[in-house]
Design a protein around this ligand. Structure first.
Ligand SMILES: Nc1nc2c(ncn2[C@@H]2O[C@H](COP(=O)(O)OP(=O)(O)OP(=O)(O)O)[C@@H](O)[C@H]2O)c(=O)[nH]1
Ligand SMILES: [Mg+2]
Ligand SMILES: [Mg+2]
Length: 289
């Protein structure tokens, strides 16, 4: 470092000291930060998952196998994430998880993985607590829930659709198992150990058969929310409001004004097949961007 005496005037002395203040000798620690910029042109997926929700569900008396209050709260929190953060084009959730897809051309937070993931996780967690009462009423939240997050990049529309299909297939597999398992316990009088034994090595067709022949339940008639999970996308909706306006020669008058508003809409439908994507062609960008 230069000594003060090497500077001729007071003005340059001041300049040097402010420069030193802005760049302290500690500045070098910045270079320890690693670059986590997400590769260009890829969809950025942030998946959150509830921490130890097995215990959280028990302690908050979630109904088995599906608790509509909990699923509603997860969806509301995911909607808040989409509304508050930029560039999320689609989100998919089931059980205690939600995946958020940033558009492939997003430049939000310079595509820094840690920034994107932590913003999603914190907005989701705070919303989960903030809206708790709306879904659970007077039942208290016993402790602060947490969510882990990860970032995965998908370079093509096919890869991204396969990712979402994988999560929805997981929803189906788990829900079919859980539906039979809890039916055997709740309606069949089996213990949880007996129900587990009964289902060991059973295929999907066997599980459907148990439900149908022993309990008269057609799995396909089970709630679509539980079988398919929740998909959130942006949609344009026309909204008509009445406005009081001043009209020449007529004085004040009520006038209907229609404007187009973007809102987050929830679907509980198949996203593995073509139909959903053909119906919503704007969700994905072209593969040759
Ligand atoms: N009863 C009930 N339990 C649920 C519901 N949704 C999620 N869960 C519970 O949450 C768990 C989620 O599974 P995981 O995410 O694999 O496990 P976890 O206990 O959260 O553990 P980590 O994610 O590894 O921290 C399920 O196994 C259920 O025990 C629900 O609607 N009803
Ligand atoms: Mg979990
Ligand atoms: Mg999970």
């Amino acid at each position: 470092m230069k000594s003060k005496s090497s500077f001729p005037g007071a003005a340059s002395c001041y300049l040097e000291s402010t420069r030193n203040m802005a760049k302290s000798k500690f500045e070098y620690v910045r270079n320890f930060e690693t670059d986590d910029t997400c590769l260009r042109n890829c969809y950025i997926v942030v998946r959150l998952d509830g921490r130890n929700f097995h215990k959280f569900a028990e302690q908050h008396q979630f109904t088995k196998p599906n608790d509509n209050r909990a699923l509603g709260l997860m969806t509301k929190s995911a909607q808040s994430v989409m509304e508050e953060l930029e560039d999320i084009v689609i989100a998919y959730g089931q059980s205690d998880e939600f995946s958020f897809v940033f558009k492939r051309t997003s430049t939000w937070f310079k595509r820094r993985a840690s920034k994107l993931m932590t913003h999603v996780a914190s907005q989701f967690s705070s919303s989960f607590v903030f809206y708790w009462k709306e879904f659970f009423g007077e039942q208290p939240l016993l402790y602060p829930p947490g969510f882990d997050g990860r970032v995965v990049l998908y370079p093509s529309n096919r890869n991204l659709r396969d990712y979402l299909s994988w999560r929805q297939a997981d929803c189906h597999i788990n829900n079919l198992y859980n539906t039979v398992f809890w039916t055997l316990v709740q309606k069949g009088g089996l213990t949880t150990v007996q129900a587990e034994d009964r289902l060991k090595g059973k295929l999907a067709a066997d599980k459907n058969e148990i439900l149908f022949s022993e309990f008269g339940i057609n799995y396909n008639n089970e709630p679509v929310l539980h079988r398919k999970g929740t998909t959130l996308i942006w949609e344009k909706r026309d909204e008509t409001v009445t406005k009081r306006m001043k009209c020449p020669n007529e004085g004040e008058k009520d006038v209907a004004v229609t404007r187009s508003r973007r809102t987050v809409e929830a679907y509980h439908c198949d996203i593995i097949g073509e139909q959903f994507w053909e119906k919503h062609p704007d969700v994905l960008e072209d593969d040759n961007c």
